[in-house]
Design a protein around this ligand. Structure first.
Ligand SMILES: [Zn+2]
Length: 172
């Protein structure tokens, strides 16, 4: 990691970030400054806000929101209802507006499925999930991992790996 000035593209971003290349000042009393570290890939990894199980979160006007969504709104504008913000870099901690894209949940699932293509299955080869099943698992945010594991005949760990988009050995 370094904190050089190689902030990617976008004049808009540079203008906003010109005061301090590693923090986004608070826009009010609602939150502390967002600090980040610039990675070699150009990601702004949020260092001031944390969330053990996913996207860093921030309190804005009494509501908890993902930092990357907040940053997107700050730099790029409103997020239409039902739309999500995707990371082109697949780095959950990244809040670089240049790496954030507006998309649908379907886009996100497709991204993840594509990343998993050819890497879907269980080590012992007894069970193999189809792409459709992986999509279903990714879309299903209400069913527990245990229940999903039972439903698809894989282990809860497999389900967790899919949810956390870890790659695992290809089972043909
Ligand atoms: Zn990034």
């Amino acid at each position: 990691m370094h904190t050089g000035d190689s902030l990617s593209g976008q004049n808009e971003v540079r203008r906003h970030a010109s005061m301090d290349s590693s923090s986004i000042p608070s826009t009010g009393r609602s939150h502390k400054d967002i600090k980040y570290a610039l990675t070699e890939k150009g990601c702004w990894e949020c260092t001031s806000h944390h969330n053990r199980s996913g996207y860093p979160k921030i309190w804005i006007n009494g509501q908890r929101e993902s930092v990357h969504r907040y940053v997107y709104r700050l730099y790029k504008g409103d997020i239409p209802k039902g739309m999500i913000i995707r990371h082109t870099c697949d780095n959950m901690k990244c809040i670089n507006p240049a790496h954030l894209l507006l998309g649908t949940h379907g886009d996100n699932v497709r991204d993840r499925v594509e990343r998993h293509r050819g890497a879907i299955g269980e080590h012992n080869g007894r069970h193999k999930l189809t792409e459709t099943q992986v999509k279903e698992i990714l879309c299903d945010i209400t069913t527990s991992k245990m229940a999903l594991a039972r439903k698809y005949g894989v282990t809860p760990k497999n389900i967790r790996n899919i949810k956390q988009h870890k790659r695992w050995r290809y089972v043909r």
